[in-house]
Every structure is written in C-alpha cells, then in structure tokens.
Design a binder for this molecule. Structure first.
Ligand code: ADP
Length: 326
C-alpha cells in the first residue's frame, strides 16, 4: 500500500523512491496504490487544479508500468472508511508526538499562515490509509521513514488497546535502503511543489531536461587524485547511477579519480540519458491523460477493490473497539 499526493507532476524522486517499486511489487503482492487527494488538502486548499492533478498522477503511474487490472489503483477520497479509521486513530495519537514530526515542523515553517489540524494529524491519516488494507509493506522514499515509524506506533497502540487487528507496516524498497533522489541544485530533494527548476519531472520535454541538467550544481573539480566527492558532486553521480549504463558511470568515476573530469561533458551525457529515460514515459502519460473515460473507469474499478478491502477491515475494527451493539 502506498500513495502519492496530486499536487503536481511526478518527478524522478517519486519514480525511483516509490513508483518503480510499485511496478515490481504488483508481480508479487496484493497491492493498493492511491492518489492521496485528501492529504493534498492539508497544504493545497485550492481545489481548482485538483481534478487535472488526479488525472496526471493516475496517467503517470500507469505510464510507468502500473497495471490497473492487477492492482487497486484508486483515489483516497473514494474510500469513505478512511475517514472513520482516521477518527479512531486520532484518539490514540498524542499532540506532543505529532508536533515533533519533522515534516510537520517543515510545513509550519513554509506555511505559517495555514497550520491546520489536518497538517498536524497527517501521519494519523497516513496510518489509516495503510492499515485500512492491513498492509505490511509500504513502498516509499527515504523522506517517509519517520511517518512509517509513526504508523507502526499507532498500529501497535491500537492492537495493544483493543486486540490484534493490524500487522506492523514497514517502509519497503527493493534495494538495500530507502531512496532519496537529490535535487539538481544540491539543496535537498527533488519535489513536486518546491525546487521546480532543480527537479526533473516525468512531463519535462527534452530541451527542458537538457537545460535543467546543464545547470546542475558542480564545482571546479578535484585537485588531488582519488579525493572524496563533495555532496553536490556525489549528487550528480547518484543521478547518473539511476539512468546511465555502468560503462558510462565507470568512465566518469575514473576521470574523477584522475582529476581529468569535465563536468560539462558529464552533465551532457547525464542529460541525454535522462531524455532517453523520461521521453517514453512522458509520451505514454500524455496519451493516457487524453482519455478521461478510461481514467474514470480505472478510478471506479480501483475504488471498488479498495472499498471491499476497507469494509472488511472496518468490521474487525468496530468489533475490536467494542462498537458492536446490534
Ligand atoms: P512530493 O514530496 O514530491 O510532493 P509525495 O509527498 O506525494 O511527493 O510523495 C510520494 C512518494 O514519492 C513518497 O513515497 C515519497 O517518499 C517519494 N518521494 C518524493 N520525493 C522523493 C525524492 N526526492 N526521492 C525519493 N523519493 C521521493
């Protein structure tokens, strides 16, 4: 189970942190993937663009290889049970621990004019999304690690108080560790709503990709052979590892270690490899986005599957809490 907020176009971080794992997991597991439209209301109260953004996220997920016939691909707001479980979990979540959440503190800094209760209880809603399907594995990027820890805490607290209903959810990735795709300006991570020029979107055209990569932050190059890489240089190598062939990476590693590296050449190569990677996804997503009837069908089918699973869990939840008076 996992979700992505419909707050803009998907980017490389969403792909490598999340969607790539979704696509592999669908071969192995019963999967629930959602467009987290309710979550987006905590930071994006203006809903004018919401429908377009929901269509975008769905199209891009499908273009990346997610098969709506194999998984439940749905919209969070179509599964009303989420709100009920969120309510019960809110009584098990303490103000102090919610206030300590790093993402909450970040959002307060970014939007001091809109510190709403939904923002504070974001990790509770996220827990409800996950455990509503009694999910064990949650494919997410590194930035979600703390939220997953909180989801485990809330699920365990429920089990402890009312009896074992939920498995312990854990963050999942096919690699050794959770992924963080760095932004091109060396400041933080690629993101849907911030750092737009330092983020590569799956919708960017070839020229824009080349331009953005060309402007990626580098320095004047190493002066001592085999020196450790500064973070901004490590970031460029990390991006290259996502999309370039091993021979290409090896060449630039050798050049770096010999102090003969030319970052202009490296960025040109990286830009071309990014274009090759992003181009086909962009084109496929565009054609899916132009078919709203198909997207409606996908959402309806997805909601039906998700509601079935949610209804079964909520029977157990109400019974465990003791809300069964009939
Ligand atoms: P954003 O932060 O771009 O708005 P979301 O909060 O909707 O994205 O996150 C959707 C998924 O993408 C989550 O699993 C999150 O961990 C992952 N993700 C977002 N940005 C990155 C990144 N730069 N690197 C790795 N994973 C990321």
């Amino acid at each position: 189970m996992s979700g992505i907020r419909p707050t803009g176009f998907l980017h490389l971080g969403n792909y490598f942190g999340a969607v790539r794992n979704y696509v592999r997991m669908q071969e192995e597991f019963e999967c629930y993937f959602m467009v987290a439209d309710l979550h987006s209301l905590t930071t994006h109260p203006d809903t004018k663009e919401l429908k377009t953004n929901v269509h975008r996220v769905l199209s891009e997920n499908i273009a990346c290889g997610l098969d709506p016939d194999r998984v439940a691909l749905f919209c969070q707001s179509h599964v009303y049970e989420t709100a009920e479980l969120y309510l019960y979990l809110n009584m098990l979540a303490y103000k102090g621990e919610l206030e300590k959440t790093v993402t909450f503190k970040d959002k307060v800094r970014q939007h001091p004019e809109n510190v709403n209760a939904g923002l504070l209880t974001y990790p509770v809603l996220q827990t409800a999304d996950i455990i509503l399907h009694r999910a064990s594995y949650v494919p997410v990027g590194k930035d979600q690690e703390q939220h997953l820890e909180m989801a485990r805490t809330f699920a365990n607290r429920f089990n402890h108080r009312y009896g074992d209903v939920f498995p312990e959810p854990q963050a999942f990735n096919y690699g050794d560790e959770l992924v963080k795709v760095p932004s091109l300006d060396g400041a933080g991570k690629m993101s849907k709503s911030e750092n737009q020029y330092a983020t590569l979107y799956l919708s960017d055209n070839d020229k824009l990709i080349m331009d953005k990569v060309k402007k990626a932050k580098t320095d004047s190059g190493p002066t001592e052979p085999n020196s450790p890489k500064p973070e901004i240089i490590q970031n460029v190598f990390s991006l290259m590892k996502l999309v370039s062939g091993q021979d290409v990476i090896d060449k630039f590693e050798t050049d770096y270690n010999n102090c003969t590296i030319r970052y202009g050449d490296m960025k040109k190569q990286l830009g071309e490899d990014m274009v090759k990677f992003i181009g086909p996804i962009r084109e496929k997503a565009e054609s899916i986005r132009n078919n709203p009837a198909y997207l409606k069908e996908v959402m309806e089918k997805g909601a039906e599957k998700a509601r079935k699973s949610a209804a079964a869990t909520m029977e157990l939840v109400r019974e465990a809490i003791g809300l069964n008076y009939f």
